[in-house]
Design a binder for this molecule. Structure first.
Ligand code: GLY
Length: 346
């Protein structure tokens, strides 16, 4: 097993271990004195992994209550949040008990937000079961729900008490879901670590399992460094948004349907690199294609730019965008939004 200690306002560990789900109860028992756990998951993960985790929790002495909702982004909403609060209340969860998010990014984000807000804060554990959730959303304490005005617009920073990543859980993922996690992994290589990028560019979607443990470890460790330096997203953490300005715009243009987040990120990274660092474009696109991700979009830039104006990284009339002029070296660049439009349309 590998451990990464994240030294944020609430320090915690990320455990990376094949077969970790079956041992999760014992690990969780080490971070809480309570033996009452509320497990929140979705109906796909329920069938794949709930029994393993619940059996392990019960063997470690936990009394478990379980809440299952429908898989998909549409569940990351206020109505579902309300149902989760009711479930926590009916399960008599107190501030000293533990909430467990078992699933992908949607489960982690909404469960984390419920844990941040219910009783003004209950400890929670992330057990991410998708690649994207393991390398990105489960670590760093961003929790959120979507509202009609946009994705992730209501949320809180709430660090988990523990994260348990089991790469065996990724074996059941459809290729499309695995590929979208690769969008974020490629991002980490581009912004911070050329060796990690080389590891990924020498493999492809079909044989990525060979490098999974090393890749997941490296990605989480980069996230750890960035989050420790800027837990509340005022500076360096914006680097993690490489590819996200145009990626979110593409997702928004599609009304967040028919395109996965990691696909938007992959296309966004390639599009900004095409325009602002063309010397890297072919290398990046080759790697992106090896993981069956899009290298661009047919949507006219003039239709994407209005979505970029709503980016959460914007300040007054300025936009912060991320560019890598060399592999492994991300930079945050702040320009007036009008200048960003000129660069992207040029
Ligand atoms: N997913 C980007 C961040 O955690 O900052």
């Amino acid at each position: 097993m590998k451990r990464i200690s994240v030294k944020t306002s609430q320090p915690y560990e990320v455990l990376i271990e094949r077969g970790g789900l079956a041992k999760s109860g014992g690990y969780i028992a080490e971070v809480t004195r309570s033996r009452r756990a509320a497990v929140i998951t979705d109906d796909i993960v329920e069938k794949l992994h709930l029994k393993t985790v619940k059996d392990s929790l019960e063997a470690a002495g936990f009394e478990c209550s379980v809440f299952v909702f429908s898989n998909g982004e549409q569940s990351k909403c206020l109505d579902n949040l309300g149902r989760i609060y009711d479930f926590l209340c009916e399960s008599n969860i107190t501030r000293s008990d533990i909430i467990i998010a078992l699933g992908g990014g949607v489960v982690g984000d909404i469960t984390g937000f419920a844990a941040a807000s219910y009783l003004r804060g209950v400890d929670f554990v992330q057990i991410p079961t998708t690649l994207l959730a393991q390398v990105d959303s489960s670590v760093g304490g961003k929790t959120a729900i979507d509202i009609s005005g946009g994705k992730n617009l209501v949320g809180a920073f709430k660090q988990p008490a523990l994260v348990i990543c089991d790469s065996d859980a990724l074996k059941t993922l459809p290729h499309k879901i695995l590929a979208e996690g690769m969008g974020e992994c490629i991002k980490y290589g581009m912004i911070r670590d050329e060796k990690l990028f080389e590891l990924m560019e020498s493999h492809c979607l079909e044989n990525v399992d060979e490098i999974m443990d090393e890749m997941v470890y490296s990605c989480i460790d980069i996230k750890r460094q960035v989050v420790e330096n800027d837990e509340f997203d005022r500076g360096e953490r914006m680097l993690l948004n490489f590819g996200h300005t145009l990626g979110h715009a593409i997702e928004g243009w599609h009304s967040y349907k028919d395109i996965a987040h990691g696909e938007g990120v992959a296309a966004g990274m390639c599009m900004i690199t095409d325009r602002l660092a063309p010397q890297l474009s072919e290398r990046l696109k080759k790697c992106v294609k090896a993981y069956k991700l899009p290298t661009g979009s047919d949507i006219p830039m003039s239709e994407l730019l209005p979505f970029c104006s709503k980016d959460k990284k914007n300040e007054a009339n300025d936009i912060n965008y991320i560019i890598c002029r060399e592999v492994g070296k991300g930079e945050i660049v702040k320009v007036p939004f009008s200048e960003f439009c000129r660069l992207m349309e040029g």
